[in-house]
Design a protein around this ligand. Structure first.
Ligand code: ADP
Length: 856
């Protein structure tokens, strides 16, 4: 077969053979693989990317009608591409050279330091046109990191991305259409772990199924209002205090502590948990841990903990007498709460890990070790808690993956585990966060999170696949997922197949392992290879499951036949969806061939006497211990090592200092328009007001003693809360508290109010009337406005809305200086612009009764 240039097609053909079909769109050459070829060839050209196709194949060759169902060599195509674009530095690839279908991108936090244009252009991410999409997520750090690796943002409606990073669960339709090279940062139904109510219910089920003592790491929790009676009877036995949290909230929003169930609200869906009242104290302060846990697969289960985590301290020293039960800066460790306390210390040095109110995990462990504490035992309990929490919710997630996720490597998850250590050094699981904050408020944040995020992306493995080499998405994929379901059904009904793939017997020697490797199916071999390769890419992640002791400790929580996590209830994976592969068991046998396995079937068998069971378990544990001590760096030691990587300077994503003349000029333009009768739209007025409140928030938290401001803000909150659509309960801090503590409590409430207010502003956006101020001018104004500019513009808006209102209080704001304004009372209490969404609402204060709770 000849192309117009005379070279035979067979010159380009070697091992792999692919059949192509023509496109349905005229003028576009679609070189999709037939569905059957999926397992043979992972990546084949299909897209008409003019730049690359014309470079790697001649135009004539592409146009040739004889292309239909011709044999081609993918390897030679890849070679051509790699020659054409130039081989990149190996530092940025792993698993193969550019153009190879196994090549994965390597991410390094050091790229943040030297992201000059030229070096980006040399990186495979840029050369291979790798793209990402971000949806509803705080991604400044991620975006910067990807950009430094030459990865660009895909259009917001494009499905042609390599990485999708979302703040919420992706819809089933999005998951179903994923191609093998695409990655998404959530598993379906991860909420089984990350909603406080679901997490507790899943663990409680395991307590009932497997015994409380194996799952005693979570504080007893009740869902209100349905379990109020149970709460009361528990209170009767164990007494309070109780901590009340909204069921699906984060960052300490809406959390408070009460002594008795009578103080628990029954009209809202909240969770009420036993308050761990004797926490570990460091220099008198309560702290908790934020650990980053990556799961790259649920079947087989692959769990990693990042070796470095964050320790967050409460600003106010802990009072064990509970006289000040409600001081959030004493009892809650969230940064988002404590940062408003004027005593909060932020370290400016990224290399110092134990200064201020944020430490690294390793710094805490070294500190505890220096006091003679058993940190290895602590971290081993932490690992146990993480694994058991994930196992508790695993069944449901595996089921969802089988239904919605077409390719094994599509999904991964970074969970934020919040853990409290008590005075006996026992770790307690507080909650699991779906999208742990990647915000960088301090140099230490930048360092830790940049290192962790780079390692996460390398671990997950983003294929370096160019558009020309990308496989098709739907409909081939939907065929594939249908095929996947059908084959699952077929397999289950084939008893022969089932017995063939289960490991035959315990393997104690290398030889027997080699034999069983030979008996593995291609799919199983591929899984084994991928898991081993992923382990090699783990960077700072510590694989905790499977680990050498996993089978002994956790096989009892896996279904004996399928190996997936047990559900702890009757509703488990439907039989028709069960896989015949016990992936966890196969994996364990081949990763740890020298460690004997106690078959779970035997262990659960009633015919097994307790003695023989115990003997077996003991011998198994002995081997595990021997194996572990033979390892040069025991696993737990890794958590104590100092963090060596991570970007050490600011990201350059901080806000640039505002030029005063520029902001004055913008303010003048806006106010001139307003003086001539123009008005901000409702959304603009709300945004301006929100930004003004942020300035007030900063001011009262940095200077709590500023005369009367705390009281004014409190009054404002009481008044304003009645205009919010969501319930907002204002708490009056006790006058027994210090001024600083009162200010921090008020600031936290103002912050909570702002969150709800901004959320409601988003809802107004659709209904908003057209603005009378040019859009660009307004956004420029907001970006550069100082507190006094915001205040002046808000006053003008107010005057126009309420003709009798005046701007007489507005003395300082017109000076143009950046000095603190004295107008807070006037603005906050007399004009709450557009708070109700209709007009200025300062006249409507008594419309609803305001809920105010005095605090002890
Ligand atoms: P959020 O998702 O809003 O951050 P958390 O459950 O993580 O909610 O709790 C916030 C803070 O409250 C934690 O940092 C911790 O200090 C404290 N806390 C939460 N639950 C308990 C508890 N059961 N006992 C003691 N302190 C708790």
């Amino acid at each position: 077969m000849e192309n117009p240039q005379g070279d035979t097609l067979n010159d380009r053909v070697s091992t792999a053979e692919i059949k192509f079909q023509t496109t349905h769109k005229p003028g576009v050459t679609d070189l999709r693989p037939l569905a059957e070829q999926d397992t043979e060839v992972d990546y084949v050209p299909w897209k008409n990317d003019q730049k690359i196709i014309s470079k790697s194949l001649s135009a004539e060759f592409l146009k040739s009608p004889s292309l239909i169902r011709k044999q081609l060599c993918v390897k030679s195509l890849r070679k051509e591409i790699s020659q054409e674009v130039g081989l990149p530095n190996d530092r940025w690839l792993v698993g193969g050279s550019l153009g190879s279908r196994n090549a994965l991108l390597v991410f390094r936090s050091s790229a943040l330091a030297n992201s000059s244009e030229t070096s980006v252009h040399l990186k495979p991410g840029h050369k291979m046109h790798i793209t990402y999409r971000c949806v509803q997520a705080e991604t400044k750090l991620l975006a910067k990191l990807l950009e430094c690796h030459g990865i660009t943002e895909a259009a917001s409606n494009s499905n042609d991305f390599n990485l999708l990073w979302t703040g919420a669960h992706p819809k089933p339709g999005v998951l179903r259409s994923l191609a093998p090279h695409q990655r998404v940062n959530h598993f379906p139904r991860s909420y089984e772990l990350t909603r406080k109510d679901r997490l507790y219910k899943n663990i409680e089920r395991m307590q009932h199924a497997k015994g409380y003592k194996h799952f005693d790491f979570i504080p007893q929790t009740f869902l209100m209002p349905s379990e109020y009676k149970e709460l009361c009877s528990s209170h009767h036995r164990i007494k309070g205090p109780w901590i009340i949290k909204p069921a699906a909230s984060s960052r300490g929003r809406g959390i408070y502590i009460v002594e008795t169930p009578t103080q628990v609200p029954l009209e809202e869906p909240v969770v009420v948990a036993k308050y761990i009242s004797r926490p570990l104290l460091i220099k008198g302060h309560k702290c908790d841990l934020r650990l980053y846990v990556a799961v790259t697969s649920f079947d087989p289960l692959l769990i990693y903990i990042y070796e470095e985590g964050m320790v967050r301290f409460a600003t106010v020293k802990y009072d064990t007498t509970h006289k000040q039960l409600w001081n959030p800066c004493m009892h809650l460790c969230n940064y988002s709460i404590n940062k408003y306390h004027s005593d909060y210390v932020k370290s400016d040095d990224p290399s110092v890990e134990n200064v201020g109110h944020k430490w690294t995990l390793s710094a805490l462990l070294r500190h505890l070790k220096s006091q003679g504490k058993d940190t290895a035992s602590l971290m081993s309990q932490v690992e146990d808690l993480v694994i058991k929490a994930i196992l508790s919710s695993g069944n449901s997630i595996v089921t969802a993956c089988k239904m919605f996720v077409p390719n094994a490597a599509n999904c991964f998850e970074l969970y934020g585990f919040d853990i409290l250590i008590d005075e006996n050094l026992k770790p307690w699981l507080l909650e699991v966060n779906l999208s742990p904050s990647l915000g960088c408020d301090s140099p230490l944040d930048v360092r830790l999170k940049s290192a962790m995020l780079s390692d996460l992306l390398t671990l997950v493995g983003i294929p370096a696949v160019d558009p020309i080499l990308r496989p098709t998405t739907s409909p081939t994929n939907s065929n594939k997922s249908l095929k996947m379901k059908l084959s699952n059904c077929r397999r289950v009904h084939s008893a022969d197949g089932l017995s063939n793939t289960l490991p035959k017997k315990n393997s104690n020697s290398r030889q027997s392992v080699n034999l069983s490797t030979a008996s593995l199916t291609n799919e199983e071999l591929k899984m084994l290879k991928n898991v081993k390769a992923q382990f090699e890419r783990r960077g700072g992640f510590v694989r905790i499951f499977p680990a050498v002791d996993s089978w002994t400790k956790y096989s009892q929580y896996l279904e004996p036949v399928t190996g997936i996590p047990i559900s702890g209830s009757n509703s488990s994976v439907p039989f028709s969806m069960m896989s015949q592969h016990n992936n966890n068991q196969i994996l364990y046998m081949h990763l740890f061939p020298d460690v004997p396995m106690t078959p779970p079937i035997l262990r659960d068998s009633k015919h097994y006497s307790r003695n023989s069971l115990d003997r077996k378990r003991d011998s198994s544990l002995d081997s595990v211990r021997k194996y572990e001590s033979a390892l040069s760096t025991p696993r737990q030691d890794r958590y104590e090592r100092k963090l060596i990587q991570g970007h050490k300077s600011a990201l350059g994503i901080m806000k640039k200092p505002v030029k005063e003349t520029h902001s004055m000029d913008l303010k003048r333009q806006v106010s001139d328009l307003m003086k001539n009768g123009k008005r901000m739209s409702q959304v603009e007025a709300r945004k301006t007001f929100s930004q003004y409140l942020c300035c007030v928030l900063k001011r009262i938290s940095s200077n709590p003693n500023q005369e009367g401001h705390i009281e004014i803000v409190l009054k404002f909150l009481q008044k304003a809360s009645s205009y919010l659509k969501s319930p907002f309960n204002v708490k009056i801090p006790s006058h027994k508290l210090s001024e600083k503590d009162r200010a921090a409590i008020v600031a936290k409430q103002l912050n909570d109010f702002l969150y709800l207010y901004n959320r409601e502003t988003e809802m107004y956006a659709e209904l908003d009337r057209p603005s009378q101020i040019p859009r660009d001018l307004f956004s420029d104004f907001l970006e550069h406005a100082r507190e006094c500019d915001l205040e002046e513009v808000l006053m003008l808006q107010n005057v126009q809305t309420v003709p009798n209102a005046s701007v007489t209080n507005n003395t300082n704001s017109t000076t143009g200086g950046g000095a603190p304004v004295s107008n807070i009372q006037g603005l906050l209490l007399r004009c709450l612009p557009n708070l109700t969404g209709s007009s200025v609402c300062c006249r409507a204060t008594d419309k609803k009764s305001v809920k105010v709770t005095p605090l002890s």
